[in-house]
Design a binder for this molecule. Structure first.
Ligand code: UD1
Length: 416
C-alpha cells in the first residue's frame, strides 16, 4: 500500500528511469544474440525480474549490477512455465525470439494488466505467415518452424506494438526478406531495432509504418543503453502539474514527449525542453486538459491517459477523454470519484468536470498506469490517501515513492 499525506508542492530535480516497455523486448532479443549482451539503464522492476526469470529458465545466465544487466545467451529449453507467462502480458515477445533461435516454442497464453480483452491473434496469424506452425490447445501454444522462419509480406490489421516486436524478432534471423506493413511506430520499436542492428541485424524503416527485415544467419550480443521511459516521465510531469510544482526531469528524450505536451500546455503549465532535460512549472490552479484521444504513436499514448485524467480532475472546467486502444482503461475513474472527482464514463468516452480540491480516501490500484494516476491524484488531495494493491505500480515504476519524496511529497510504501 502507498500512503500519501497531501497536498504536496513538488520541486526539485529527478532522473527518469530506463523504459520498461523497451527493456522487456530487448531482453527477449538478448536470447537470440549469441554471446554476451550488456543492457545499461535497465530499470529495477518486477516485470524486468519476470523477464530475467524467463531467460534463466530457457538457459541464459543473467547478472544485475545496479542498472546494468548482463545476459550470457544460451538456449537449453523451449518451454516457458505457466506462472512466468501469466505474470505479464509482454512475456509473449519471447515467442518470436525463441522461434528465431531454435525453431521451437511452447508457452501458454500471457497474463498482465486487466485492460479488457488483450488478444494475441495478430501475433499468431502473422507468425503463421512466416512459416510457423502453431497448435493451440488447452490454453497452450505449441509452435514450431520446421523449415526455419521464412520471410514474407505481412500486413497488420492494427499497428500492435507487441505483434510488430514479435515479427521483427522472428524475422531478423529468418531466410529472405520480411515486409511488415502497418507496423507500430512507437520509439520502443526503434530502440529494439537499433540494438538488433548493432548485433548484426538488417532492419530498415523502424519508426515508420513499413518495416523491412532482411534475414541474417546469426546475431552477436553487444552493449546497449535502454531508452528513457517516456511514460514514467509524463507521470512525474503530471505529479508536478497537479501540485503547482516546479520540477526538472533529467534523462528524458524530448522528442518522445512531444505527443504528450498538449494537455500540459492547455492546462497552463510552462514546459521547457533542453537537451535531455525537461522543466515543468505549473500554475497554482490547473486549467482543463480539454480533449484527449488515445492513438497509436505518434498519437497520444493510452499509457499516459490515466495520469492526465488526474490532472483533469483538478483542472478548471471540463475535459473529454476518448480511449481508442484498450476497452477497460478507465478503472482508475472509480478511485478518482472516491476522492471527490467528477468523472462520467460511457464506453470509450469519459467526461471529467474539474473540482477545486480532491479529498484523501482509501482506493485500490486496478492496473499499473491507473494505480499511478491514483498516486498523482493523492498528491493533490487534502488529507491521507491510501492506494492499495501497489504491486501493480511496482511492475512499471522504480522507486516511485522515493522519487516523489525527494521532490517534497509526504509519501511512503508499507506492506500490509
Ligand atoms: C504495448 C505496451 C503497453 C501499451 C500498448 C499500446 C509493452 C510491454 N506494452 O502493449 O504498455 O499500452 O503497447 O501502446 O510494450 N490487439 C489485438 N490483437 C493482437 C494484439 C493486439 O487485437 O494480437 C489489440 C489489443 O487488444 C489492443 C490494441 O491492439 O486493443 C493495442 O495492443 P498492442 O499495441 O499490441 O499493445 P501491447 O503490445 O500489448
Amino acid at each position: 500500500m502507498i500512503i500519501i499525506d497531501g497536498p504536496a508542492e513538488l520541486s526539485g530535480e529527478l532522473r527518469v528511469q530506463g523504459a520498461k516497455n523497451s527493456a522487456l523486448p530487448l531482453l527477449a532479443a538478448a536470447l537470440l544474440c549469441k554471446g554476451q549482451t550488456v543492457l545499461h539503464n535497465c530499470p529495477d522492476l518486477s516485470d524486468v525480474n519476470t523477464a530475467l526469470a524467463i531467460l534463466e529458465q530457457l538457459g541464459c545466465r543473467c547478472r544485475r549490477e545496479g542498472h546494468d544487466l548482463t545476459v550470457d545467451s544460451a538456449m537449453t529449453s523451449w518451454e516457458i512455465p505457466e506462472e512466468l507467462m501469466r505474470g505479464m502480458r509482454s512475456s509473449i515477445v519471447f515467442l518470436g525470439a525463441m522461434l528465431a533461435r531454435c525453431g521451437r516454442a511452447r508457452l501458454c497464453f500471457p497474463g498482465g494488466c486487466e485492460l479488457g480483452p488483450r488478444p494475441i491473434d495478430l501475433h499468431l496469424s502473422s507468425l503463421r505467415r512466416l512459416g510457423v506452425n502453431i497448435d493451440e490447445s488447452g490454453g497452450w501454444l505449441d509452435c514450431s518452424a520446421p523449415q526455419g522462419i521464412q520471410g514474407a509480406y505481412v500486413s497488420l490489421a492494427f499497428p500492435s506494438v507487441g505483434a510488430t516486436e514479435n515479427l521483427i524478432l522472428a524475422a531478423v534471423c529468418g531466410t529472405g526478406t520480411t515486409i511488415i506493413a502497418n507496423a507500430a511506430r512507437e520509439p520502443e520499436i526503434c530502440d529494439l531495432c537499433e540494438y538488433l542492428n548493432r548485433c548484426g541485424g538488417r532492419i530498415y524503416g523502424a519508426g515508420e509504418s513499413c518495416v523491412i527485415v532482411d534475414g541474417v544467419k546469426e546475431l552477436f550480443g553487444c552493449e546497449h543503453r535502454v531508452m528513457p521511459d517516456r511514460i514514467a516521465a509524463v507521470t512525474y510531469m503530471a505529479a508536478a502539474a497537479v501540485t503547482g510544482g516546479n520540477v526538472t526531469l533529467r534523462d528524458v528524450d524530448n522528442t518522445h514527449i512531444l505527443p504528450m505536451l498538449a494537455p500540459f500546455e492547455e492546462s497552463g503549465c510552462e514546459v521547457r525542453q533542453l537537451g535531455g532535460c525537461l522543466n515543468i512549472m505549473a500554475p497554482r490552479r490547473l486549467g482543463a486538459v480539454r480533449h484527449i484521444r488515445t492513438m497509436p504513436y505518434p498519437g497520444f499514448p493510452t499509457d499516459a491517459q490515466p495520469v492526465v485524467m488526474s490532472m483533469a480532475a483538478v483542472g478548471r472546467g471540463a475535459s473529454v477523454f476518448v480511449e481508442n486502444i484498450f476497452e477497460n482503461r478507465y478503472r482508475h475513474a472509480d478511485g478518482l470519484s472516491r476522492m471527490g472527482a467528477s468523472v462520467k464514463v460511457e464506453g470509450k468516452v469519459a467526461v471529467v468536470e474539474g473540482v477545486e480540491r480532491l479529498t484523501g480516501a482509501s482506493v485500490e490500484a486496478a492496473d499499473l498506469r491507473g494505480g499511478a494516476a491514483l498516486v498523482v491524484a493523492g498528491l493533490a488531495a487534502e488529507g491521507v490517501t491510501r492506494v492499495g494493491a501497489a504491486e501493480h505500480i511496482r511492475r512499471g515504476y522504480e522507486g516511485l515513492c522515493g522519487c516523489l519524496a525527494d521532490l517534497g511529497a509526504r509519501i511512503r510504501e508499507t506492506e500490509l
